[in-house]
Design a protein around this ligand. Structure first.
Ligand code: PEP
Ligand code: MN
Length: 257
């Protein structure tokens, strides 16, 4: 179902007023984690001013260490819903368990499936039974074939609203957090009719190359960029070193468009 052989025309996925996979790139920016209403609202007004239509923020954070901030959970979803009401942005957030689908369905405009859950097949089936768009991130050691099959799980349950998101893979290279696999973009676009985003935050982990990598992604055919922005990265509860400040985000954004 995900293949170009099955459908030759590009699929356009609508998330709120945004269209991913259409003629113009559609970007998703926002903080790593939802920390408070004011934190999200500050980013939301900046995005709105720039004419952006979506915001991201994690309510359930799958952290490497169990002692790190795990996210606000349901309260984080509430904050996102209030942000949507106050700022008119579509809200995107990761869910990590099948039972989150019914809890989050009425709060979110799109589900994100994180890298660590790309092959959580019960979760894939659960979002597949919903009709809400799903941003599916590439597993950190997943091949393109496994990535395509993960999306197939969602489509096989009846939900055709899937967007791929390349977010870097694990290699021996230590200068970046992960290795951004630019070749994944044209490979996915050729293999599938579904749109492709590139997350420059979790792939590079380095603010000084995010702008160049984002341009490379768009040049390679990506349908949009994902990146993290926080009003005060120094006190962020997660990904402190990688989130852009609003000033850094300004430069990043205006170099991209
Ligand atoms: C995220 O986008 O918030 C995230 C945790 O990224 P990934 O799943 O790609 O590591
Ligand atoms: Mn993050």
């Amino acid at each position: 179902l995900v293949s170009r052989a099955h459908q030759s025309a590009d699929t356009i996925i609508r998330i709120g007023d945004a269209e991913i996979g259409g003629n113009a790139p559609a970007h998703i920016f926002g903080p790593c984690a939802v920390e408070s209403y004011n934190q999200v609202a500050e980013v939301a007004s900046d995005l709105k001013q720039k004419g952006l239509k979506m915001i991201r923020g994690g309510a359930f954070k799958p952290r490497t260490s169990p002692y790190d901030f795990q996210g606000l959970g349901e309260e984080g979803l509430e904050i996102l819903r209030k942000t949507k009401e106050a700022h008119g942005l579509a809200v995107v957030s990761e869910i990590v368990a099948p039972e989150h689908v019914s809890m989050a369905e009425h709060q979110l405009d799109a589900f994100q499936i994180g890298a660590r859950n790309m092959q959580n097949f019960e979760l894939l089936k659960a979002v597949g039974r919903s009709r809400k768009p799903v941003i599916l991130k590439r597993g950190m050691s997943a091949t393109i074939e496994e990535f395509l099959y993960a999306a197939e799980y969602i489509l096989a349950e009846g939900n055709g609203n899937v967007v791929f998101c390349e977010r870097g893979i694990r290699t021996f290279e230590k200068s970046t957090r992960n290795t951004l696999d630019i070749s994944a973009v044209p490979l996915l676009k050729q293999a599938s009719h579904l749109p492709v985003l590139v997350d420059v935050t979790h792939s590079t982990g380095r603010k000084e190359i995010m702008s160049d990598c984002a341009k490379a992604a768009i040049a390679a055919g990506a349908d949009g960029i994902m990146a993290e922005v926080h009003p005060d990265p120094a006190v962020a509860l997660s990904d402190r070193a990688q989130q852009m400040s609003l000033e850094e985000f300004d430069k990043f954004y205006f170099s991209l468009i």
